[in-house]
Ligand binder design. Sequence first.
Ligand code: FAD
Length: 457
Amino acid sequence: MDQSSDARQTDQSGQTGNIAIVGAGLVGSLLAVYLLKRGYRITIFERRPDMRKNLVDVGRSINLALSNRGIRALKEVGLEGMLDEKAIPMHGRMMHDKKGNLTFQPYGQTGQFINSISRGGLNMELMTEAERLGATIHFNSRCNQTNLEDTELTISQGNTTAVHKFDLIIGADGAFSAVRTALQYTDRFTYQQEFLDHGYKELTIPPGKDGSFLIEKNALHIWPRDSFMLIALPNPDGNFTCTLFFPFEGPVSFEQLKTEEEIKSFFEEEFPDAVKLMPTLVEEFKNNPTSSLVTIRCYPWVRNKTLLIGDAAHGLVPFYGQGMNAGFEDCRVLNDLLNEHEDNWDAVLPAFQKLRKPDTDAISHLAVENFIEMRDLVADDDFLLRKKIEAKLHELYPDKWIPQYSMVTFHDEMRYSEAQKIGRKQRLIMDEVMVRSDIHSRWKSLNFEEIVNQLVH
Ligand code: FAD
C-alpha cells in the first residue's frame, strides 16, 4: 500500500493519520512496520545515532532469547525469514556445576526451542524494513518533552530544538521513557519502579581458533550458584555472550571484586570450566559496565492521544527472556484491535491498555520468580524431580498439563495472565505431590491421572 497517498487523516471517527513513535528500538521499529502496513504516516525520533552506519557503536555482540510470542509478530509482518540465518536454536538449559559437570534440561518437547538472536542485528533489520515501507527515522533526536494536551513533541537535535505536532504519539522509548515522564505529572497516574539488589555485567567466551563453538552451541548455559549466576548464549560467529548476575553489595558482590587477583580467584573458584575459555575476562570485567535490573509498572498507558508501549509501559527483569517478546506481542495485540475497531483509535487505545495490563503485570511477576528458579533451584534435587514429574504429566496429557515455562514461552495463543493463573494452581498441586513419602524413589508409580484431574476440576 502506498502510505504517502493513503495516509489516514484525523477525522471525527477517531482515525489518526500522522503518527510519531519515540524510540527506534526493537518495539518502536516493529510497531512502525505494523502501522506502515496499515497505511499510516510514521515519523520516528531516536536519541542514538544510526547503528547501521556506526557499527562500532553496536559494540560487543549482545543477544536475546526470542521465543514464540515474538516470532508470531515477526511472522505477521513477513519478517520471519531472517531467523533462518540469524537465530541459533537453544533446545534447553545446560547446567554447569562447580566441578564442570554438565546436566541438560530440555525446555519443552522435541521441536520446542528458544532462539538466540543478536539484539543489534534484529534492531537494524526492523529499522531497515520500517524505512523501506516509508518511515522517516530521525537519529540523534532526543525527545525532551511531550505535550499531552496538544499531542506535541519537543525534540532536540544537537543545538537545535523544535516542536512537532502529530495526531498520535507512541512512546516506545524504553524503561526510562521520556514520554512516560509527561504522564507521571498527570492526575491518578500510578507508577512503580523496583530495582533488584543484583546487577549484571556482560563478558565473552570467544570462538575456538577455527571459529568453532567451545561449549554446546544449541543450549542456554547456566552456572547457578544460589545467590548469583552466570549464563551464556551463543552467537552465529562462534562466540558466547555471558552475563554475570551478581549482587551489587555484600560479602560476595561487585563491590568486592576490584583487583585482577580478586576477579580471577573468584571466577576460578565459582566457574572453573568457564574461566578457562575467557581469555579477556579481567579486562572485560574491569571495562564493561555494571548495569542495574528494574521492574517498571505503571498505569494508565494512555493520555489523550499519547500511548506507551514496550518497556516504556512495562519494564521487566530478563529472567524469563520475555521483555522483547512481550513488547512484540503488544504490537500484535494493538494491530488486532485496530482490525477489530476498524482503526478507530478512540476505541482502540482504552481497549489496548485494559486488555494488556493484566498480562504484562503477570509476566513481570513471573520474571522475578524465574530469577530465583534459575539461580537457586535449577541445581536442587527436589526442583529437578518436580520438573521431571511435570514433564511426565505433559507427556501423558499434553493438552491438560502444560508446564508454566511452556505456556509462557511456546503457547503464544495463551495470555500471560492465564499462564500465571494455571501455573499457580499447578504449583499447589505439585507442592502436595512433592511431600508424599519416598517421592524420589516412587515417583514413577504416581497416579498421574489423579494429579492431572485436580487441575482440570
Ligand atoms: P528499548 O530496546 O530500550 O528501546 C528504546 C529506544 O528508545 C532506544 O533505541 C533508545 O535509544 C530510544 N530512546 C530512549 N529515550 C529516548 C528519547 N528521550 N528520545 C528518543 N529516543 C529515545 N527480552 C527478551 O525477550 N528476551 C531476552 O532474552 C532478553 N534478555 C535481556 C537481557 C538483559 C540483560 C536486559 C537488560 C533485557 C533483556 N530483555 C530480553 C528485554 C529487552 O531487552 C527489552 O524488553 C526490549 O529491548 C524492549 O524494547 P523497547 O523497544 O521497548 O525498548
